[in-house]
Design a protein around this ligand. Structure first.
Ligand SMILES: Cc1cc2nc3c(=O)[nH]c(=O)nc-3n(C[C@H](O)[C@H](O)[C@H](O)COP(=O)(O)OP(=O)(O)OC[C@H]3O[C@@H](n4cnc5c(N)ncnc54)[C@H](O)[C@@H]3O)c2cc1C
Ligand code: FES
Length: 262
């Protein structure tokens, strides 16, 4: 069951180039949310932009009734959102979508994040850490300044391995090349991925070749966010059939081997 509510902004600040962290008081959504779900956010109190913008639930504190977002300023909506101040309210619809499938407690898992793709994976790692999983996070970005959430992952006892395109932090190069070299495929029970589409496509191919299960979180353009407008259709292969699924209601998380990458 999702809720529509005005959430009070508790904190908002810049954490990296064009990237903002926002904490919101939203006890009902924090209580219901699971990792991989998102909220549909009204970025302005005016008519423009009319459509809500989907943002992943980055973290929750259920005891405090707080949820956090981590977002990159891309266009009009996110630009307006970044200007909100503590004490303002933001209208949220959520939690929406289907989240990640959690593994058996104590499993060894890999988490692969490219750029702002780290946003939903912090909540996931929170949950995996509670389940005493052995977690390795492969974290990639273009440079040191753009690496997100490494401290949060480390605090949750995850092993964090970093790749930057320019070599300013960690491995010089692509996070996928790093993962390919470092990951112990035979021991990994599950891999979770979020990042740019070409990156998720390459990781999905690697997982399929190694026969390791994985899930990807897709960031499609969305209209309604609740399964009614079909603007977020994605092609999913299942039992030899290709069908259109709605990223907002059937996803945004899908098994990596089922996504038909156009
Ligand atoms: C389920 C889900 C979860 C998401 N979680 C996060 C998150 O946690 N943090 C975050 O920073 N972003 C996240 N996104 C992406 C975020 O929704 C978009 O960046 C945001 O809607 C852009 O809104 P805007 O008004 O700022 O830009 P707009 O003015 O809407 O768009 C600016 C430009 O970006 C393009 N664009 C907009 N949205 C997308 C998209 N989804 N994919 C590709 N191109 C796009 C537009 O075509 C346009 O060219 C998520 C998307 C989905 C579907
Ligand atoms: S956004 Fe309307 S059906 Fe998914």
């Amino acid at each position: 069951m999702s809720k529509v509510l005005d959430a009070k902004v508790l904190a908002v600040y810049q954490v990296a180039p064009e990237t903002y962290y926002m904490e919101l008081e939203a006890p009902e959504i924090a209580r219901l949310a699971v990792p991989g779900q998102f909220v549909h956010v009204r970025c302005s109190d005016a008519q423009d932009p009319l459509l809500r913008r989907p943002l992943s639930i980055h973290m929750v504190s259920r005891p405090k009734g707080v949820l956090a977002l981590l977002f990159r300023v891309i266009g009009q909506g996110t630009e307006l959102l970044a200007k909100r101040q503590p004490g303002d309210t933001v209208n949220l619809l959520g939690p929406l979508g289907k989240g990640f499938t959690l593994p058996l407690p104590g499993s060894r898992v890999a988490v692969v994040a490219g750029g702002i793709g780290a946003a939903p994976l912090v909540f996931l790692v929170q949950e995996l850490a509670n389940m005493k999983c052995q977690i390795t996070v492969y974290l990639g970005a273009k440079d040191k300044k753009s690496i997100l959430c490494d401290g949060q992952f480390t605090q949750m006892d995850a092993e964090v391995v970093i790749a930057t395109d320019d070599g300013s932090m960690g491995f010089k190069g692509n996070v996928i090349d790093l993962m390919e070299r470092h990951m112990d495929w035979r021991k990994t029970a599950m891999t979770y991925v979020c990042g740019p589409k070409p990156m998720m496509q390459r990781v999905a191919a690697l997982l399929a070749a190694a026969d390791v299960p994985g899930e990807v979180s897709l960031e499609e353009h969305m209209g309604c966010g609740v399964g009614a407008c079909l603007s977020c259709a994605v092609k999913i292969a299942h039992h030899g059939q290709i069908t259109n699924k709605r990223a907002c209601a059937d996803g945004p998380v899908f098994p990596s081997w089922q996504v038909v990458w156009d």
